[in-house]
Design a protein around this ligand. Sequence first.
Ligand code: UN1
Length: 499
Amino acid sequence: MKTFKNFIGGEWVPPISGEYFENRNPADLNDAIGRFPLSGAADVEMAVASAQRGFDLWRKTPAPVRGEVMRRIGDLMTQRKDDIADLMTREMGKPLAETRGDVQEGIDTAYYAASEGRRLFGKTVPSELRNKWAMSFRRPIGVCGIITPFNFPMAIPTWKMFPALLCGNACIFKPAEDVPHTGAVLVEIMLEAGLPPEVIQLVHGLGESVGAAIVNHPLIPVISFTGSTDTGRIVGEVCGRMHKRLSLEMGGKNAMIVFDDANLDLALDGVLWGAFGTTGQRCTATSRLLLQDGIHDQFLTRLVDRARSLRLGDGRKEGTDVGPMINEAALEKVERYIDVGQGEGADLLCGGRRAAIKGLEAGLFFEPTVFARVRAGMRVEQEEIFGPVLSAIRFRTADEAFAINNDVRYGLSSSVYTRDVNVAMRALNELDNGITYINAPTIGAEAHLPFGGVKQTGNGHREGGWEVYEFYSETKVGYLDFSNALQRAQIDTYLGTPD
Ligand code: UN1
């Protein structure tokens, strides 16, 4: 089995502990991918010292030059897209079409960052005083701690690191322990593209050791974390206490609302993709399906039919619709929620158990599951399950549907299927989510738009698009007074001051 290393101090090095963890293919646990470093606080300490040197060099590199490196990263990812997708599917399971999309999201993010190198706009505004200019511009902040989940092993690290780097920061990257191979390949590409070595540090390991060491380190002023709301709360407490800049991207309980007048074929395709794509392991997954009275029964019948015919299996095999769950703990969590739902009186229409796939007996498969007769307030309606479990709820009016959508602690995305433009516009206005899709499922965010949610999904920041560049830079304001006189703001500015 191949042994992988950390990238710290400009070289590939073993962990100080000398200990490793194994990474296995969730579609077939007999398939071992490699041993990865079980690092700790001492490795992070070395990474910080090196990243500070990297930061010193990189922040003085002109932004358009930094952008050139991003462009080359995008080019390399484009050339190797299929190979990268293959290794991603091997380590986290989702079908190749999805991992190719994941790589593409990284490529899009790279090219967006490349172009931002020639933008990074500041503002020049009139001063209230004569012969004085006022302007704002952006400065990098320092070493950024990047902690990422398993479900988008390429897209999410790039969403965070490319803008951070374009702004002139250095990064310490801890990929989820379920997807360390993708993390290693991404760092290799960044180095090959010409990123100065000490600007990026890769430290493998567990959240409670490496992640905690990064979050608690006083010389890492910026933390970006995507993961569970529970872990995010701990990260937030530490960062609040230490006055760190923090971007949190956490849970979701996203609803699709289908009205009687909707194109039902379209809504059916949408919900299957939204609920069971990535085996439901997306923070944007459709986990609640709100169906209006008039179409409720017929839509559910068709949905169950289609859900049962989804092909589970190895994501690297042609024709697979749904891959495995990421690990045993994730599977067990889903199983617990099946019991919870049944205990609450929901109707299990299909799925609800592990799936045995011929030839993949050692795979972590779970059948696409639909619960019906779910009522607002039930735990399966309120809590993030992060698996292929969809809860269907009946509603009568738009007001009722919007209230159900909003009555959860999360607020990432929502989706509305209707042909009524007034209802669609009302949904955009009234649904408490960071993203609302009209006639499209709850997933499908594009790299050049802000991504994030309200309430306990996040803490007000956005990834992607133009807004993330504000997170990774500090605004600096310059006042230039060329009047040759002491001009006092707010005092010498009244109208009619003689020259
Ligand atoms: C996530 O679910 O963690 O919109 C990120 C989407 C993807 C990104 C999802 N482009 O579903």
